[in-house]
Design a protein around this ligand. Sequence first.
Ligand code: ADP
Length: 388
Amino acid sequence: MQVPAEHALGPRPAHRARVPRRRPGRVRWARRAGQFARTYWQDIAWVVFVGLNLVAMRLIPAWGSVPFLIIWITLTTAYGFRLWHVGSTVLTVSLVTLATGGLIGWQVLRGEQDGDYLAEVPLLALMFVIMVWHARRRLTAMEEIKRVSEHNLVLLDQQRRFLQDVSHELGTPITIALGHAELITRAATDHAIVKDARVTVDELLRMRRLANRLVLLASTDSPDFLRLAPVDAAALMMETLHRWSRTPRRWAIGGLAEAAVLADQDRLTLALDALIENAVGHTDTDSRIELSTRVEGDQVVFTVRDWGTGIPADEIGQVFDRFTRVGKGRSRETGGFGLGLAVVKAIAQAHHGSVRVHSTVGEGSVFDLLLPAAPAPRRVLESERAES
Ligand code: ADP
């Protein structure tokens, strides 16, 4: 059994203080109305404006169809700014049609207006409905495009992460297997085993290069892809030449500009190495390979030129695409995976630069890596050196 509240709490007080009676319902309604007015003030203003025009239609026939047309024009304008829901649109169009049509019909019946005037009402309503239909169609198409592009972004992200994970996971076993294979090439006495182990080492090196390039291509969007610092273009080219000079070719320096770029030196070195590796791969041991730097407008151009096989004109357009390999007949040993130039392009673009090629079959190729020039790194003056 429930105990009434006053019994449960003890005897009633002798007299209660008089508390003014509140009207929570009214307060809530007033608050809601205020909120509604604040949210929909433009629509309310438009409704008031339409009301004034209806009054003008009724009281000032001399204005002819002007207030009537103004109502429809403002309706179209208001709809253009904010696409209403289908229900609100149907209700609004019906109300405006009925109000204007009813008023004009009544005036026609009383002989105050021409009968033709009445025909404009359904025509304008129809025009408005067609406009709404097109707007909705476009909205649906735009929503679909947005949905598809969001979905594509998710897929791209998944693909990038998958590539990164796979490449990372491949790295460790490749390194371990490489260590073992190299050990066998050194320790084995049987010539056949040494030969097989060398093949294994070569293949594992290829795989490691592929994994590294895949990781690089998958991480170009990440914010820490580049660690930028001023790089002296000529010094970098000389360093690069020095590293490659032991590979048998006729190496040359074409010209070195006094210029600097704001770049990630490791990434830039990787790009130059990929270009030089290709040049080496497409030349004979007695062929010339020339490295140079120059300034072109506000860009520094790093050039790798070779006098090798060259690239056929019909294939040159695709060489920077991923997994593109020129010349179907190339052997596995000399050919890569078609990722070298894609890596060069990705590194150039990450630096807001670009890469281009000129090539003639039988004469050779010229690859230019263009990066925005940066103020030259300050050289320490003799006087400063003496002071320190
Ligand atoms: P890969 O790793 O297979 O060499 P790349 O992306 O580096 O792939 O090169 C794409 C294609 O362009 C390759 O098939 C390669 O033969 C060709 N290529 C690149 N550089 C040169 C060059 N200096 N001379 C001739 N062909 C080249």
